[in-house]
Design a protein around this ligand. Structure first.
Ligand code: HEC
Length: 125
């Protein structure tokens, strides 16, 4: 899998037209994930993400457009394609038009917190 990431990252493309800069996928949360961080991430998720991604992160929130649904963040296949550095990049930069960019609303610490929380949803039943 690591080799695939490297190959895709070197090509400069990630998915359909979603450019991820070289090295972004290797970025890691600079802080250890703590219960306090997950709690902060949860409140950001409920405020900013849940309306599209759904309460369990399954992509079934009321604002999710059925023609371009919000991603199921708990899906094992997608999870494998989304190391935390890629999730961080996607939340920071969004993917127009459906996935908003949060760069101007959230600090890097807040994005890492919500990414940590979203990753914790993967283990939910
Ligand atoms: C307005 C609706 C909307 C909101 C709000 C939203 N998203 Fe998204 N998100 C989307 C859509 C739609 C996609 C899928 C984009 C695509 O693949 O074309 C997506 C994709 C993603 C992805 C990439 C997942 C993958 O497997 O490709 C991540 C990670 C993500 N969102 C996290 C978040 C987080 C965290 C928040 C809150 C800070 C958030 N999103 C808020 C609509 C939204």
């Amino acid at each position: 899998m690591a080799l695939l990431f490297a190959a895709v990252a070197m090509a400069g493309q990630w998915g359909a037209g979603w450019t991820i800069p070289q090295g972004a996928e290797a970025r890691q949360n600079p802080k250890p994930v703590t219960p306090a961080m997950l709690k902060q991430g949860r409140s950001i998720f409920e405020r900013s993400c849940q309306k599209c991604h759904g309460p369990q992160g399954k992509g079934d929130g009321p604002d999710s457009d059925p023609r371009s649904p919000a991603a199921d963040l708990t899906d094992a296949f997608r999870a494998e394609l989304n190391p935390e550095g890629v999730m961080f990049y996607r939340v920071m930069n969004g993917k127009p038009p459906a996935m908003p960019s949060f760069k101007s609303q959230l600090s890097a610490d807040e994005v890492w917190a919500v990414v940590a929380y979203a990753r914790s949803l993967r283990k939910a039943p």
